[in-house]
Design a protein around this ligand. Structure first.
Ligand SMILES: Cc1cc2nc3c(=O)[nH]c(=O)nc-3n(C[C@H](O)[C@H](O)[C@H](O)COP(=O)(O)OP(=O)(O)OC[C@H]3O[C@@H](n4cnc5c(N)ncnc54)[C@H](O)[C@@H]3O)c2cc1C
Ligand SMILES: C[S@@+](CC[C@H](N)C(=O)[O-])C[C@H]1O[C@@H](n2cnc3c(N)ncnc32)[C@H](O)[C@@H]1O
Length: 621
C-alpha cells in the first residue's frame, strides 16, 4: 500500500424522498425502506444461525463487508447483550471504503433509532476513529466486544486482515452498482479467514454472487426473503474446509522478561484478557516504574510521510492504541493530550510538509499545518517558524504509567534477572537465575528485555537464527530538566530535539544520542547539547533557559534498535511459545500498547489490530 497510497474518501450523508439514507455515488440505498435493524434481524442474524450458533462458545467473530451506518453492528451488539448464553467475547471486523464522519454518523443514527440501540449508537459515535486509511480497533463493553474497522477499499484490504471468522454479513451495495464488493477474489479472502463451519448471509440473490460463493468453497442455498424480496442467500463453508480454532486449554501464566515499556504494555494487554502474567525484571528493585526511575516526562507523537510508509502507519496505529488504552488510567499515569507541533526546520521541510498533507488528505483535526503565528499561539510563546500540528500528541509520565500498567491483580512482578530459559519437558518454559534456580514457569514467554533479548535468545536450546534480532544495537541518551518554566511550551515541541509542557515547576528537553557509549549517564556535555536544541525550538538564547541543569536534573537510558528502525514484535515461528517485543528505539511509547494488543490478540485468536503487511514488517524474521 505504501507506494500506491490511496486517500480515504468519506461518504456524504443524503436521504431519498422516503427518508432512507442513500449513496449518490453508488446510486443505492444503505438499507431497505422497511428498516435497517429489521434487515439485520431478518437476514444477517438468522441467515447465520445467530444467536444459536454462538451460544456456549468462548468467543465468536463476525466479518461484514460494508459498515455503512453501522446498523448491522448495532443490531448484532444488542442481540449479543440480550442473550444470556452469549459468548464471553464478540469480535466484529468490518470493511468500509467511504466512512461517514462522526457527525454524520450521529445525525443519521440519533434521530432514527429508539432505545436500546440509540444508547449503543451514542457509544459507537463517541468511539468513532479519525477518518484515516487502515485498521482501527474500537472496544466496547469493557473490551468484551471489539470492532475492527478496515477503512479503505475491500479490494485492497481484504488480504490484509487477520481474523478467524465464524459468520459473514455480505452487505455491499448491489453488485450492479458496486461489483468490487462481490468479487471472486474477495470471496477467496473470506474463505482464507473462515473457521470450520463458517456461514454467510446476504439479501443479494444474483446468480453470479451465488456461483462466486459456491466456487470459493461455500454450500449455497436460498431462503425466503422479506419486504418485497422473494429470496435471500445463505451459505455454509464446505465440510473439510476452514480453520479449526485452538482448543481452549487450561490457561498457564505467561512469562514476560523485562518490565519496561515493552514488558508492561504486553503484560497489561494479556491481563485485560484474563491471562495471568509473571513479569521479571531486576529494575523492579526501584519500584514498578524502575526502568524509568526519575524520568519525569516523555513525548508521544505520530509521524507522517508523503508515501504513508510502514513506519508512519505503525506509528499512527500505535498512538491511537495508546490513546485508547491509557486515557482511562488514573492520575499521573494518564497521558496529557496536549498536542504536538513538529516544527519545520527550513523552507524545504515546510514545502515537503505541505506536499505530504495535500497528497495524504488526512483530516485536519488529526494533522494540519500551522503558520508561525498559529503555532506560536498554540505553544504559548513566539516561535521562529510554523509546523505540523498533531492533535493526538501527548506528554507522558513514564514512571507513573509503568506503575499503573503493571498494577493489575493478574500481573505478578518479580525482582529477578532471567539468565536462562529452558523447556521443562511438559510443554512449559522454565525461567532460571544465574545459579540455575527456577524463578517461574509458563507456556508462553515474551522477551521484552530490549537489547538483552539477543543474548538470552542465543543461550536457549535450539535457538533460531534471526539475523534482524542479532543485529540489534543500543544507543545511550539523556534528557535534561529545566526549572525556568516561564519559557516552557504548552504543547510538545518537536524538531531538532524536543521539549515538553511543564510538570511540577520543571520542563523536559531532549535528547542526546550516543552510539558507541559503554554506559548511559547524565553529563554536563549532554546538558549543553540538549540545551542548544531546546533553545532553538523555543526560539530563545541559551541564557533564556535560566540556570543550566545539574547532574541530577535529568534522566539517562538506552534505546535498542534494529536497522529498519521498526520495533520487533511477534512470535518466533520456529520456537513455539517464544515471542519478542523489543527494539522500540526512540519511540517506546508509540509501540508499547500496540505491541501488547498484537501479541495478546494473536494468542487469543482475535482479529489483529494491524494489517498483515505491517505484521510482516515487524516480525522477528
Ligand atoms: C534519553 C531518552 C529519551 C527518550 N524519550 C522518549 C520519548 O520521549 N518518547 C518515547 O516514546 N520514547 C523515548 N525514549 C525511548 C524509550 O525510552 C524506549 O523506547 C523504551 O524505554 C524501550 O522500552 P523497553 O521496555 O523495550 O526497554 P527498556 O526500557 O530498556 O526495558 C527493558 C527492561 O528489561 C530488563 N531486563 C533486561 N534483561 C533482563 C533479563 N535478562 N531478565 C529480566 N529483565 C531484564 C531491564 O532491566 C529493563 O528494565 C527515550 C529514550 C532515551 C534513552
Ligand atoms: C449497503 S451499505 C452497508 C450498510 C451497513 N452494513 C449498515 O448496517 O449500515 C454498503 C457499504 O459498502 C461500502 N462500500 C462500497 N464499496 C466498497 C468497497 N469497495 N470497499 C469497502 N466498502 C465499500 C459503502 O460505502 C457502504 O457504506
Amino acid at each position: 500500500m505504501s507506494d500506491n497510497y490511496m486517500p480515504l474518501v468519506p461518504a456524504t450523508l443524503a436521504f431519498n424522498e422516503h427518508g432512507t439514507p442513500v449513496s449518490r455515488d453508488f446510486d443505492d440505498v444503505y438499507h431497505p425502506e422497511w428498516g435497517a435493524l429489521e434487515q439485520a434481524r431478518r437476514v444477517f442474524l438468522p441467515g447465520n444461525g445467530l444467536p444459536a450458533r454462538w451460544q456456549g462458545k468462548d468467543s465468536f467473530t463476525v466479518c461484514e463487508t460494508g459498515f455503512g451506518l453501522g446498523n448491522n453492528f448495532l443490531a448484532l451488539w444488542q442481540a449479543w447483550r440480550d442473550d444470556a448464553q452469549r459468548p464471553a467475547r464478540l469480535h466484529v471486523v468490518s470493511f468500509e471504503a467511504h466512512p461517514f464522519s462522526a457527525r454524520d454518523l450521529s445525525l443519521a443514527l440519533a434521530g432514527r433509532l429508539q432505545e436500546p440501540e440509540k444508547t449503543l449508537a451514542d457509544q459507537l459515535v463517541a468511539a468513532w476513529p479519525p477518518l484515516l486509511p487502515g485498521l482501527h480497533r474500537l472496544e466496547f463493553e469493557g473490551g468484551r466486544l471489539t470492532l475492527t474497522l478496515a477503512f479503505g477499499s475491500v479490494a485492497r484490504l481484504a488480504n490484509q486482515v487477520s481474523a478467524c471468522v465464524d459468520a459473514y454479513f455480505l452487505d455491499g451495495f448491489a453488485p450492479r452498482v458496486n461489483p468490487d464488493m462481490w468479487t471472486r477474489s474477495l470471496f477467496g479472502q473470506l474463505v482464507r479467514m473462515a473457521n470450520v463451519g463458517a456461514t454467510a448471509a446476504t439479501w443479494c440473490c444474483t446468480g453470479d454472487v451465488r456461483r462466486g460463493l459456491r466456487d470459493a468453497g461455500f454450500l449455497v442455498t436460498k431462503e425466503p426473503g422479506f419486504g418485497g424480496k422473494r429470496e435471500i442467500t445463505v451459505a455454509t463453508l464446505r465440510p473439510g474446509m476452514g480453520r479449526s480454532p485452538n482448543r481452549t486449554l487450561p490457561r498457564q501464566p505467561v512469562l514476560v522478561v523485562g518490565g519496561g515499556l515493552a514488558g508492561a504494555g504486553v503484560a497489561q494487554a494479556l491481563a485485560l484478557r484474563g491471562h495471568d502474567v509473571t513479569v521479571l525484571d531486576p529494575a523492579f528493585a526501584l519500584g514498578l516504574g524502575g526502568s524509568h526511575h526519575g524520568h519525569i516526562a516523555a513525548a508521544m507523537t505520530p509521524v507522517i510521510t508523503r508515501d504513508d510508509d510502514s513506519r508512519a502507519r505503525l506509528s499512527r496505529a500505535g498512538v491511537s492504541r495508546a490513546l485508547q488504552r491509557w486515557q482511562g488510567l488514573p492520575g499521573q499515569a494518564r497521558p496529557l493530550l496536549c498536542g504536538t507541533i513538529a516544527l519545520a526546520r527550513d523552507a524545504q521541510q515546510e514545502a515537503d510538509c505541505h506536499s505530504a498533507l495535500e497528497h495524504l488528505a488526512f483530516p485536519a483535526d488529526w494533522v494540519t499545518w500551522l503558520s508561525r503565528e498559529q503555532a506560536s499561539e498554540r505553544a504559548g510563546r513566539a516561535l521562529s517558524c510554523g509546523g505540523l500540528w498533531f492533535a493526538q500528541g501527548q506528554k507522558v509520565q513514564p514512571q507513573a504509567l509503568l506503575e499503573a500498567l503493571l498494577c493489575h491483580p493478574r500481573i505478578h512482578c518479580m525482582v529477578n534477572q532471567v539468565e536462562q530459559l529452558r523447556p521443562d519437558g511438559t510443554g512449559l518454559w522454565l525461567a532460571m537465575d544465574s545459579r540455575g534456580k527456577e524463578l517461574a514457569r509458563g507456556a508462553q514467554v515474551v522477551l521484552a528485555n530490549a537489547a538483552q533479548a539477543t543474548a538470552l535468545l542465543a543461550s536457549m536450546p535450539n535457538a533460531s537464527n534471526l539475523p534482524k534480532v542479532e543485529s540489534m544495537y543500543r544507543l545511550a541518551g539523556q534528557v535534561s530538566y529545566y526549572s525556568g518554566t516561564a519559557v516552557a511550551p504548552q504543547v510538545v515541541l518537536a524538531g531538532d530535539g524536543y521539549c515538553l509542557p511543564p510538570i511540577e515547576g520543571r520542563f523536559v528537553g531532549g535528547s542526546t544520542y550516543g552510539l558507541d557509549s559503554a554506559q548511559s549517564c547524565i553529563t554536563q556535555q549532554g546538558h549543553a547539547e540538549v540545551s542548544r536544541k531546546v533553545a532553538g525550538l523555543l526560539n530563545v538564547p541559551l541564557s533564556g533557559l535560566g540556570r543550566l541543569p545539574g547532574l541530577d536534573d535529568g534522566w539517562a537510558g538506552w534505546r535498542a534498535a534494529v536497522s529498519d528502525r521498526l520495533p520487533v514484535i511477534g512470535p518466533i515461528d520456529e520456537m513455539p511459545g517464544i515471542w519478542l517485543a523489543c527494539a522500540y528505539g526512540s519511540r517506546g511509547l508509540s509501540w508499547a500498547a500496540l505491541a501488547g494488543d498484537v501479541i495478546a490478540a494473536t494468542l487469543d485468536q482475535e482479529p489483529l489490530p494491524l494489517e498483515r503487511e505491517l505484521l510482516r514488517r515487524i516480525a522477528p524474521r
